[in-house]
Design a protein around this ligand. Structure first.
Ligand code: IPE
Ligand code: IPE
Ligand code: MG
Length: 236
C-alpha cells in the first residue's frame, strides 16, 4: 500500500519519561518539544504531506497551573526557535483548535507563524493546540447554523468542511506513544477510518527508527472502509 499521506501523533508520555529520570515533568515536556523537530524532518524525508501533532488538549487545562503555564511557555519558545527553519524548509504551519483562554501574546505568535508559512507546500505541520475533538464538531455545527443552514444542510460533507481540518485529508495513520490505547478527544470525527499504531515508548524517546517502523506497519494494513477485501484468485 502507498505510504500514509497524513500522519497524526498523540505525543504522550513526557511526564513519565521525566519521572523515570527523577526530573520535573516540565523537563519531559522540554525533551518532547525537542523531539518534534527530528520527527518533522523525517516525515518530510518520507514524503508525508500532512503531520498533525497533539500538543495540548482542551482537557489539559485541568492540570496544575505551573504545568499549564510551562506548556504554554514551551510552545512559545518552539515557535520562536523553529518557525524560521520550518519556513526555510518549505513547511506550512497550521493551528487546529481554539484560542479561548490562550494568552494574547501566544495567540499572536501562532497567528504570525501560520501567516508566514501559509504558502509553503512541502509538508503541512498542523499543531493541535487547545484542541478537542468534540469541541471541533460542536464548532462546525454552530458555524453551519450561524450561516443559516437547515436540517438538510447538515451532512457529513458540510460538517467536515467546517472542522478545523477542513482543508486537510483525514489522517491515514494515528500514532500514540506512551502506552495507552485511547484517542483522548483527538480528531474523533476525522479518525473514523484511520489506522492506529500504539507504542509503549514515551514521546521523548520516540525516534526516527520507531517512526519508520510505524510507517512500515501501516504499509501492511489492509484498509477496507467497510467494503470487501480485494478479490483474490482463490475466492469466488
Ligand atoms: C503528553 O505528555 C504531553 C501533554 C499532554 C501536553 P504527558 O504530560 O501526558 O505525559 P504523561 O502521560 O503524564 O507521562
Ligand atoms: C493526550 O494526552 C493529549 C496530548 C498528548 C496533548 P493526555 O495525557 O492528556 O491523555 P489522557 O489524559 O491520558 O487520556
Ligand atoms: Mg499523558
Amino acid at each position: 500500500m502507498a505510504g500514509p499521506q497524513h500522519i497524526a501523533i498523540i505525543m504522550d508520555g513526557n511526564g513519565r519519561w521525566a519521572r523515570g529520570r527523577g526530573l520535573p515533568r516540565l523537563a519531559g515536556h522540554r525533551q518532547g518539544t525537542e523531539n518534534v523537530r527530528r520527527i518533522v524532518r523525517e516525515a518530510k524525508d518520507q514524503g508525508v504531506r500532512y503531520l498533525t501533532i497533539y500538543a495540548f488538549s482542551t482537557e489539559n487545562w485541568k492540570r496544575p497551573g505551573p504545568e499549564v503555564r510551562g506548556l504554554m511557555m514551551l510552545l512559545g519558545e518552539f515557535i520562536d526557535r523553529e518557525t524560521a527553519n520550518l519556513h526555510a524548509e518549505g513547511v506550512q504551519i497550521k493551528h487546529l483548535g481554539s484560542f479561548e483562554n490562550v494568552a494574547p501574546r501566544l495567540e499572536r505568535k501562532i497567528h504570525d507563524a501560520v501567516e508566514l508559512t501559509q504558502h509553503n507546500t512541502l509538508l503541512t505541520l498542523a499543531v493541535a493546540f487547545n484542541y478537542g475533538g468534540r469541541a471541533d464538531i460542536v464548532n462546525a455545527v454552530r458555524e453551519l447554523i450561524g450561516a443559516g443552514a437547515t436540517a438538510e444542510d447538515i451532512t457529513e460533507d458540510t460538517i467536515s468542511q467546517h472542522l478545523y481540518t477542513h482543508d486537510m485529508p483525514d489522517p491515514d495513520l494515528i500514532i500514540r506513544t506512551g502506552g495507552d490505547f485511547r484517542l483522548s478527544n483527538f480528531l474523533i470525527w476525522q479518525a473514523a477510518y484511520s489506522e492506529y499504531y500504539m507504542t509503549p515508548i514515551f514521546w521523548p524517546d520516540f525516534g526516527v527508527a520507531e517512526f519508520r517502523e510505524a510507517i512500515h506497519q501501516y504499509g501492511h494494513r489492509e484498509r477496507r472502509f467497510g467494503a470487501l477485501p480485494e478479490a483474490s484468485p482463490n475466492i469466488k
